[in-house]
Design a protein around this ligand. Structure first.
Ligand code: A2P
Length: 276
């Protein structure tokens, strides 16, 4: 196997000498802006679904270049999955997008994050609001049995510019709904609790518009035939661009929800999706 760190440069250094090297096992390119990949999981790594870790590559000067990435795989998975944007002049993703099975990346095994069940008070309905690669922590959480044990309904919304950018999430939801192992793990009845609400903003699709607008004018509630959010019943996790996070916070606060944290659980939590 070709154990190089930066696949673009044949002279690149190996990271095998570093304790935090993990081997890439699979890479999928979804669009020219999006890809996902799987890596080996350190034996010692325990994490809560929804958390992130620092991953990256070695720079030419031998120093690590690391960024926060949500773990997209569930905590029971034997490998780790990540979902990433490709930025052509981005310091990390301009190189990371070229990784191939057998290559190594650096992974600091110290998971943290607020998009975890522990940061929310008990409720009836759980919303996952994602834009772009912000779906990653929810890809983990919708494969976690606790998500369905704790709530009567789980609603995943995903807003992207174009239809092709929804594909990772669409296939994931499809897999969760149809895979036998998933049904066994999550419970066949529990899977009926999962609602998927994809929208696009710049290409024609069955549901168009920013999720923020669709919440504000009540379209989401009408489409899903459910009552508007209340502090008593609804809990939410938000992961997207800075703009989405700020706008959704205001909307959720408008419904009476307050922001929670690991140390002080409440009704919603927010995290910025990695860009660059
Ligand atoms: P829009 O096309 O109207 O900007 P990006 O690819 O820029 O990260 O955006 C991903 C998706 O998030 C796009 O559909 C984009 O819509 C949407 N988006 C960006 N900013 C906001 C915001 N402040 N509130 C809601 N949706 C947003």
């Amino acid at each position: 196997m070709n154990k190089i760190l930066a696949p673009m440069e044949q002279t690149a250094k190996k990271v095998t000498a570093l304790p935090d090297a993990q081997t890439v096992t699979e890479v999928t390119h979804w669009t020219d802006r999006l890809f996902s990949f799987r890596v080996t999981r350190p034996n010692s790594l325990r994490f809560r679904s929804g958390e992130f870790v620092m991953i990256g590559l070695l720079k030419d000067d031998g120093k690590p270049l690391l960024r926060a990435y949500s773990i997209a795989s569930p905590s029971w998975d034997e490998e780790l999955e990540f979902y990433s944007i490709k930025v052509q002049d981005g310091p990390l993703t301009s190189r990371l997008q070229h990784i191939q099975p057998g290559d190594e990346i650096i992974l600091r095994p110290k998971p943290v994050g607020t998009l975890v069940h522990d940061a929310l008070l008990p409720g009836k309905r759980l919303w996952f609001f994602a834009t772009g690669t912000g779906i990653a922590p929810f890809a983990s959480l919708i494969r976690d049995p606790q998500t369905f044990e704790d709530y009567d309904q789980v609603i995943l919304t995903h807003t992207c510019r174009e239809v092709a950018e929804l594909e990772y999430g669409r296939q994931l939801v499809d897999h969760v709904r149809t895979d036998e192992m998933m049904a066994e793990l999550l419970g066949e009845d529990n899977l009926k609790k999962l609602v998927y609400y994809p929208t696009t903003t710049r290409e024609e699709s069955p549901k168009m518009g920013r999720i923020t607008d669709l919440l504000k004018d009540g379209t989401v509630f009408k489409d899903l035939d459910i009552p508007p959010m209340t502090r008593e019943t609804d809990r939410a996790m938000v992961c997207g661009s800075m703009g989405l996070n700020t706008d959704l916070k205001e909307i959720l606060e408008g419904f009476g929800l307050t922001e929670g944290a690991n140390s002080e659980p409440a009704e919603y939590v927010v995290e910025k999706a990695f860009v660059g």
